[in-house]
Ligand binder design. Structure first.
Ligand code: NDP
Length: 253
């Protein structure tokens, strides 16, 4: 059942973003997904979505480089015109991100700036520049982290940025409500992806530790997250606004 709606998912080539793209397509939503360097992975996701009967396009984006956003949105406009025969899209999912594990005392200014650029400044201006292309009644979903609620040593810079995106989400909801646009946060707990060199998935000790502090007794899988984002893009979620939805199996309760 196709809805003719279109979602733009940043970092849709792998991990959580890939699962979000596939889950959105399952709900009949077409997808523009972005990749940073893994074009072949992204084209694989496009092929899976196309096989599900939805339309999809993959575009390159450095979500940390605001200077590149105008050129990126020219590509989005072309994709909207050429592939979807429209000039607007409906859902923006700010998901692209990279990890940093460094104690507060050791975090360098360069590391801090990297985290700031990809997790705060990038989504801030990407969303601002997306506004003319976003349909009224559209939705913005910002991906945060359980680490913005609980403190685990080694994540002070990363988690501070995720905290910032949560505050920004409330301002977006307040200021864009007049256009019927809702903004919400999805905050995953620890999930088995390539993130941080795949440490949650591949390091047995870390995996077992995190499972042990999770009420449901295991770490998360990408499939635990994509459907939550797809739900927030569904008609059933139309009255959910300015909320933080943590999907962590109940970590550190
Ligand atoms: P992955 O490392 O599996 O995937 C990262 C994705 O982001 C890829 O699609 C990658 O593209 C893209 N990406 C990386 N750098 C850039 C960049 N500079 N510009 C644009 N795109 C980029 O990570 P996850 O799927 O696990 O993480 C997705 C989001 O979820 C992040 O925001 C992360 O902070 C958050 N999160 C993750 C958790 C986890 O445990 N996994 C827990 C809580 C939150 P490419 O394939 O081309 O490299």
């Amino acid at each position: 059942m196709s809805t003719n709606k279109i979602a733009l998912v940043t970092g849709g080539s792998r991990g959580l973003g890939k699962n979000m793209a596939l889950s959105l397509a399952k709900k009949g939503i077409n997808v523009i997904l972005t990749y940073h360097s893994q074009q072949a992975e992204a084209e694989g996701v496009v092929a899976e979505i196309t096989a599900q009967g939805q339309q999809a396009v993959a575009l390159q984006l450095d979500a940390a480089n605001v200077q590149g956003f105008d050129a990126f949105f020219e590509q989005v406009k072309a994709a909207l015109r050429n592939t979807f025969d429209t000039d607007k899209f409906d859902f923006l999912i700010n998901n692209a991100g990279t990890a940093l594990y460094a104690l507060f005392a050791d975090t360098t200014e360069t590391q801090f700036d990297e985290m700031m650029n990809i997790h705060v400044k990038g989504p801030f201006f990407l969303t601002q520049k997306a506004l003319p292309l976003l349909n009224d009644e559209g939705r913005i979903i910002n991906i945060s982290s359980g680490l913005a609620r609980f403190a685990n040593p080694g994540s002070s810079a990363y988690a501070s940025m995720k905290g910032a995106i949560e505050v920004l989400t409330r301002y977006q909801a307040k200021e864009l409500g007049a256009r019927g646009i809702a903004a919400n946060v999805v905050a995953p707990g620890a999930i088995e992806t390539d993130f941080g060199g795949g440490r949650v998935r591949d390091n047995k000790e870390i995996n077992e530790h995190l499972a042990g502090v999770t009420a449901l007794g295991r770490v998360g899988l990408p499939d635990d997250i994509g459907g939550v984002v797809a739900f927030l893009c569904s008609e059933d979620a139309r009255w959910v606004n300015a909320q933080r939805l943590e999907a962590s199996g109940g970590m550190f309760l």
